[in-house]
Design a protein around this ligand. Structure first.
Ligand code: SAH
Length: 609
């Protein structure tokens, strides 16, 4: 289970919150900003609870039950997918499970109540009677039909007893009314439920479907994509069409793979919900149709190497099962389809033990610093990562991370080495996130990662699922605080001559100044580059008036961040350090102050007169 978010509104709840936190490794206490400090700060309770709920995070809120209910009420439509939500009195005197009966809310209520030495306010009849939620089987098992499950439990509550058929060790301690001759039966089986109302069917995820692509590989998108002209040029239109065709081909191929797997399961009377994973050959790792098919079947996609065979006769799905599975199983074929084979194991299988996953490398931007300015896709990538790489300061900014996540922090500024390391981890099947500050594509790691891939010629690296997630760059974050200095044409320049000759920087500065572009300077100075900023300002002053506004943002979005506006004439390099963003206005950039507080705004109008 995901660790819960323990949410408090004030200091009075902190002690009880920390007691609860001790029960759940990696859980964090979320506290209302400005009222009390804990592990994670939030600014508005309703929005925060809804965000947590929408992400499926279990919630323990130390406040009135009514407040919690009102906050999440707009989201309560899908009962099957709700996380546990509990209200706990801020002094720890009451524990009220509110939502998430099928996600173990009552189990949590019992655990928390025991820790706080009170009785949980459990209201679920089945739970009270049997001491467990029969409709909430453990990881690796799935209820065949929730509606039937509810009918079944109400029959039990009405006084009927039940048999248990199959392996259900989690029911051993339940106080179920058992009888070998009962009309009702709890059946743990991979076989599909036939609709009998006197059965509660629970499927163990004990089946693996292996597929070989054969003819499907030919029709799948990868092939069409590889035919796209390398230099798109005039063929952009044609390329776009080919791309659309490739996507259509993928969708068709995915539907076909899904249908063939379903047909094979059907032929053997097995339930789709018994499927633990889809298994394919490592050579098909980049095939988009396979990934879509696994998503449609709602199972992880795993890979195993296909044994080499000179005659190509060995390339069967049964061979894949042989290489990938470490548990005993029975192989099942579909006589009409050689491209699919099933492995049926006696117990649920952990998909993480089947072959290997396709590795993933996601290069993310954290934004300038505060969690609020990190895009949700970056947060999601961090949450899903097994390994996190980056410069120490940024890795700290990305936290807090879970204990099971491996951090490869480094002081090493050698970016290409870091990119190589990331590909090595990802090509071994890990889910790697590389962090940059701001936007990863602006003077940061994304270009280094792509350069490493481009120049490596390494096919294992090429099979990695690579994604770049944008972030709020320092220029944008600084501009927003100052007003809108980038409101018209602008450019971003790095003043560092570590990776380019100073002469290029000078030429660019002159051209940008002549073109009357607003300029955002990254890496304006450092101890190793003491004179460069003064030289750059001398050049700009040749073209721009001394009263041109200059915005200086230091540590924007981070603790102790400052924002100043000076004129180009006043600016001294001593006002600037390597944590500063310098935005030099154009001829039209202006500033004004307004209101009783004398708020100062800087903006560049969208027009020239
Ligand atoms: N990828 C980053 C930029 C990396 S270059 C981005 O998109 O923001 C590093 C430079 O960015 C620093 O020298 C500084 O000029 C600027 N910078 C990065 N974070 C900043 C922040 N929080 N406040 C002000 N400037 C920042």
């Amino acid at each position: 289970m995901m660790p819960p978010a323990i949410v408090i509104l004030g200091a009075g709840a902190l002690a009880a919150a920390r007691n609860i936190q001790a029960l759940y490794p990696d859980s964090r206490v979320h506290a209302l900003q400005g009222r009390v400090e804990a592990d994670v700060a939030y600014s508005e309770l309703g929005a925060h609870l809804r965000d947590l709920y929408a992400c499926g995070t279990p919630i323990v809120a130390l406040c009135a039950a009514g407040i919690v209910i009102r906050c999440v009420a707009p989201l309560l439509s899908n009962k099957g997918a709700e996380p546990p939500v509990l209200a706990v009195a801020e002094d720890g005197s009451a524990v009220v499970p509110l939502l998430g009966g099928l996600a173990g809310v009552n189990v949590m209520a019992r655990e928390i109540a025991a820790a706080l030495c009170v009785s949980p306010a459990i209201t679920t009849s089945g739970e009270l009677r049997f001491g467990t939620c029969v409709l909430n089987p453990p990881e690796g098992y799935t209820l065949a039909d929730l509606g039937q499950g509810k009918r079944f439990v109400s029959d039990l509550l009405a006084g009927e007893s039940t048999r248990v058929e199959g392996e259900a060790p989690w029911l051993d301690d339940a106080q179920l009314p058992r009888s070998a001759s009962a009309r009702l039966a709890i059946r743990v089986t991979p076989r599909a439920w036939d609709g009998r109302v006197d059965e509660l069917v629970i499927h163990p995820r004990s089946v693996v479907a292996a597929v070989t692509l054969g003819d499907l590989r030919e029709s799948a998108g990868a092939r069409v994509m590889s035919q796209l002209p390398a230099q798109a040029g005039a063929a952009v239109g044609k390329g776009a069409n080919a791309h659309a065709r490739a996507e259509e081909a993928d969708i068709e191929a995915a539907a076909s793979i899904e249908a063939r797997v379903r047909a094979c399961l059907d032929a053997h009377g097995l339930a789709v919900l018994s499927l633990a994973a889809l298994l394919a050959s490592t050579e098909d790792m980049t095939n988009a149709a396979l990934a879509q098919a696994a998503a449609r079947l709602n199972v992880p996609l795993r890979f195993a190497p296909m044994p080499a065979d000179d005659n190509d006769n060995g390339a069967s799905p049964a061979h894949l099962l042989q290489t990938a599975l470490r548990v005993p199983y029975e192989t099942l074929h579909d006589d009409r389809d050689e491209a699919v084979a099933l492995a049926l194991a006696p117990l649920a299988i952990d998909p993480g033990t089947i072959g290997r996953a396709r590795g993933r490398l996601t290069v993310i931007g954290l934004g300038p610093g505060s969690a609020e300015l990190m895009v949700p896709a970056a947060r999601k990538a961090l949450d899903e990562a097994t390994d996190i790489l980056g410069y120490d300061t940024y890795v700290k900014m990305a936290g807090p991370l879970r204990a099971d996540q491996r951090v490869h922090g480094t002081d090493n500024r050698e970016e290409m080495q870091r990119a190589h390391h990331a590909f090595e981890l990802a090509s071994a099947g890990r889910s790697v996130v590389m962090v940059s500050s701001g936007d990863p594509g602006v003077f940061a790691m994304a270009a280094a990662v792509l350069e490493a891939l481009d120049t490596s010629g390494n096919s294992a690296w090429a099979a990695v699922e690579l994604r770049i997630v944008p972030g709020v760059s320092a220029a944008m974050a600084t501009a927003a605080q100052a007003g809108a200095p980038l409101g018209h044409d602008f450019c971003m320049l790095s003043l560092s001559d570590n990776l380019k000759p100073w002469s290029i920087i000078e030429t660019r500065l002159r051209h940008a100044a002549q073109a009357d572009l607003v300029m955002a300077f990254y890496n304006p100075v450092s101890r190793a580059r003491p004179w460069q900023l003064d030289k750059a300002l001398d050049i700009v002053r040749e073209y721009r008036a001394a009263n041109t506004p200059v915005v200086l943002g230091r540590d924007i979005g981070r603790p102790g961040g400052t924002l100043r506006t000076v004129t180009l004439g006043e600016l001294r390099s001593a006002d600037v350090d390597m944590r500063t963003m310098v935005i030099v206005g154009s001829s039209t950039t202006r500033q004004f102050t307004q209101g009783a507080q004398w708020v100062q705004w800087v903006y560049t109008p969208r027009w020239y007169r």
